[in-house]
Design a binder for this molecule. Sequence first.
Ligand SMILES: *Cc1c(COP(=O)(O)O)cnc(C)c1O
Length: 379
Amino acid sequence: MKTNSKDTICVHGGKQTDEFKSINTPIYTSTSFGYLDTEKRLYPRYFNTPNQQVLIEKLSMLEGAESGLVFSSGMAAISTVIFGLFSKGDHIIFQKGLYGGTINLILRDIERFGIEYTMLENNLSESFLNAILPHTKAIFIETPANPLLSIVDLVAISEICRKKHLVSIIDNTFASPVNQNPIKFGIDVVLHSATKYLGGHSDITAGVILSNKQRIEKIEKTALNLGGSLDSLTCYLLERSIKTLTLRVEKQNANAQRIAEFLFGHPRVNKVFYPGLPSHEGHEIARKQMSGYGGMISFETKSQDTDAFMRKLSLIKPALSLGGVESTICTPSTTSHRHLTKEQNAKDGISENLLRLSVGIEDVDDLISDLNNALTMTN
Ligand SMILES: *Cc1c(COP(=O)(O)O)cnc(C)c1O
């Protein structure tokens, strides 16, 4: 299939048909496949069954990657990249402000296996450069990052990595492949929690690694030992979800821009963090590397009672996770960042009245009116 259109790739990319010419990919639930007269040795944990292959082809096309692997969670993908590419004695630089689960993995597990790291205090290009040690092997970034939607310059990071022979790795979950394709900017490895925008309906847990063939082959050898493969039924559901990815994300982009502008001007709101606002610290860089600013907004209310505010919402659901068709909201200080101390969170700009809104595909005026009611009704 020859196309550069994400709309077309979402629908048709990686299609596998059968003798009945079915429009949808058949679901191969088998864990056992014949092996005579073929070189193929199919098995789900070898990441090579038909449903896994179709899905990874679609995702590779969307991100402009040569190859990839699908996992049973985003964290399975992230931990497999770390343990698949790096060894005892290697050093990795992590940006400031990552997904809570990634921070947990770094703090709890990687050092036990002899992998050293530096977690940066800020994400300026020179801070990445200054953190490079003789045994540094990689830079790991996440942009836009959780929860303040901070932006890291993809071109700057890929240039540093090229010059210093490091692997550049990005968690691209918040942007989704619709809004940002890091490989185009020279980034080596792209990760997604497919639980979020790729799945998009709050009913799938999955993860993805995308890169060049050589690196994926290396990661795959560890992946099949760690065993975080995804079953065919969920592969099918994820493939089906991705057919509407561009429609969903473009609507979420448009809704989020309107809502961010509404919140920005609201007398009961202190601060708004959204890369699409010119006031956002990372707006200029985001404009260069993102084709849309995404569906995630964080904001601080004047009121300290965020629970009371969330209880006054009727359409927007206070809930964990993000990226679904329905709008959800949470306070990072009591959810994703609850393991960190109050002092650490305060230092990172994550106040107790910070709210993180995942904008869905509902009518934007309904969402704005829901927010306005709750803001007006909470002191
Ligand atoms: C949710 C999330 C993850 C982890 O994904 P799971 O599917 O929950 O394992 C990683 N990175 C980001 C940015 C996320 O939002």
